[in-house]
Design a protein around this ligand. Sequence first.
Ligand SMILES: NC(=O)c1ccc[n+]([C@@H]2O[C@H](COP(=O)([O-])OP(=O)(O)OC[C@H]3O[C@@H](n4cnc5c(N)ncnc54)[C@H](OP(=O)(O)O)[C@@H]3O)[C@@H](O)[C@H]2O)c1
Length: 247
Amino acid sequence: MPEVLYRRLDELSDAEVYEAYEPPEPDWLRVNFVASADGAATLGGLSGPLSGAADKRVFKALRARCDVLVAGSGTVLAERYRELRLSRERVRWRLERGLPEVPVMAVLSRSAGLDPDAPLFTEAPRRPIVICSGASSEDQMASLREVADVIAVGAGAIDYRAALAALRERGLRQVLCEGGPTVLGHLIAEDMVDELDVTVSPMLVGAGPIRIAEGPASEAARRMRLHHVFEAEGNLILRYLRGSSND
Ligand SMILES: NC(=O)c1ccc[n+]([C@@H]2O[C@H](COP(=O)([O-])OP(=O)(O)OC[C@H]3O[C@@H](n4cnc5c(N)ncnc54)[C@H](OP(=O)(O)O)[C@@H]3O)[C@@H](O)[C@H]2O)c1
């Protein structure tokens, strides 16, 4: 078993944080979440109150590392996602590695029920992608095609495997998914998660809020391998990787 790395986050340089999240393979799907110590994914309907400076630091480093940032429509609306922008330092980090200035933003919506006039589309520095099911309304897809590439996969529901294949065909191989729980539920059910990055926030939220994975019950429970634990102000910042058959 490879050793688990335990560190205090504030002792790590930005370069060390980037290094700690080096993807093991060129095609990689990582998901990033924050949860309370008692397992809630939201407080007051949002993830923000569970997060803090330490979680945000890793969140931003992960954004800087990916080719495409994927989020579900529920998350984009609740968390008021805008166009994807990175700080000057993070843009420089990407350019030094031959990457485009910013990742592509992709929104998952089964119905393609998204507003094409939203800043996420109109202000985007790179043309975004909408991933929807083939059952989405033609009119809705046509209006989104004005501002985004539309990938329609699956009849009725989104075909997540076909969606990932379509992203890879476009050269978008390092995928960061920021949720939400419905999307993660589907990704786990399809056994597609290569990495789960989760910050456990030192809060008790109590009963009520959703977990980080929601939707239909899944039979795809799988063991993950803990890669590292960073501690910061009582938060545990955990990186779990898909285990190999030898683990
Ligand atoms: N703790 C965290 O780190 C974290 C991270 C992200 C989000 N969140 C929180 O999670 C919440 C949003 O998550 P979410 O799970 O509602 O949305 P989501 O996973 O972001 O997106 C929902 C996706 O599932 C589809 N969908 C909706 N209902 C469905 C159903 N019954 N069966 C199959 N697909 C369905 C939607 O399509 P349509 O567009 O057609 O509806 C959309 O594609 C917000 O409160 C947000 O703050 C927390």
